[in-house]
Design a protein around this ligand. Structure first.
Ligand SMILES: Cc1cc2nc3c(=O)[nH]c(=O)nc-3n(C[C@H](O)[C@H](O)[C@H](O)COP(=O)(O)O)c2cc1C
Length: 302
């Protein structure tokens, strides 16, 4: 009942691990696959190693957390070893980042034989200048990066967008024009900050970071809604999901799949089994016959 097919790939349920939250090690990603996720997205990685920002890189806040990891990456050569060990019983999504079409296309060609999907991180809100959301706020550059990536690999390419734009539909349409096979949204929101009132210092070493967790869910949901109306390709929802009701909302708004990140810190990897069980029961007690029937349902009501 939970199976679905997106971009020609079979998913045993609509739940995937979101990029970054479980780090880069294959053992952690396989743990998530064994906990009921149908697929995993790796932490974003680059061509060269990048140490990222100093600790502290995450801080809990009302409704979620703020993080500024700074896109730490072991570099593609070191990361290949981890990619080879991710269990192919789930859909393996590699998240990559760079600063130019050439960097993205090089990364894609280096790893395409080791994974099932490439997700382009053009949306990190705490990346160094020239990376992350500074790309995903520019429709022309987004289109060029997607096009260059598509030309250098045969696997489906998903483009992950930032909500920190005036029109998320404009960027999604540019990614679709570039040949993106799906749109993932949203990356963490912000940047935001937290100050230690004893010392007067910002808590994060980078001062500012991206907000994630339940507080951003209404924004993520609205982004999915807008983009579903604007493109023909599938939409993948992420942001603040912590239970099956959240998943149902995302499906109704137009998501074909969803990703879960911050809630794993509160509920552990068991969250995937719990949501799958509850979602299955919800569908059995409804008039829906499949996940696909639910995608975009709220749009049909209008
Ligand atoms: C600690 C942490 C690390 C993250 N690292 C990445 C990353 O490497 N690449 C990326 O595209 N998104 C990254 N994200 C963003 C998540 O994948 C997700 O888009 C965002 O957190 C919203 O979902 P959530 O509320 O379920 O966490 C990270 C988020 C967190 C909290």
């Amino acid at each position: 009942m939970l199976e679905t097919n997106v971009c020609g790939l079979n998913f045993k349920n609509p739940l995937l691990l979101a990029a970054g939250v479980m780090g880069s090690h294959a053992s952690s990603l396989n743990w998530i696959l064994n906990s009921g996720a149908s697929g995993v997205v790796t932490k974003s990685f680059s061509i060269e190693p990048n140490p990222g920002y100093h600790n502290p890189t995450t801080v809990p806040v009302e409704g979620g957390i703020i993080n500024a990891i700074g896109l730490s990456s072991p570099g593609v050569e070191n990361f290949k070893e981890e990619l080879e060990q991710i269990d192919s019983k789930g859909v393996r999504v590699a998240s990559i980042y760079g600063a130019s079409p050439e960097e993205f296309s090089y990364l894609a060609s280096e790893i395409e034989d080791l994974i099932d999907v490439i997700e382009l991180n053009v949306s990190c809100p705490h990346a160094m200048c020239g990376y992350g959301s500074s790309i995903g706020q520019d429709p022309t550059l987004t289109e060029k990066i997607v096009k260059a990536t598509k030309e250098s690999c045969k696997v489906p390419v998903w483009t992950k967008l930032t909500p920190n734009v005036t029109s998320i539909s404009e960027i999604a349409i540019a990614a679709e024009k570039g040949g993106s096979d799906a749109i993932t949204l949203i990356n963490s929101l912000g940047p935001g900050m937290k100050i230690d009132i004893k010392t007067g210092n910002p808590i994060l070493s980078n001062k500012f970071g991206g907000m994630s967790g339940p507080a951003i869910k209404p924004i993520a949901l609205r982004c999915v809604w807008d983009v579903y109306d604007s493109v023909e390709i599938p939409v993948i929802g992420v942001g603040g999901i912590s239970n099956y009701k959240d998943v149902v909302e995302f499906l109704y708004a137009g998501a074909s799949l969803v990703q879960i990140g911050t809630s794993i810190m509160d509920y552990g990897p068991e969250i995937f089994k719990t949501i799958n069980t509850d979602l299955n029961e919800f569908i059995e007690n409804s008039d829906f016959n499949s996940i696909n029937d639910m995608v975009g349902y709220a749009h049909k009501k209008i």
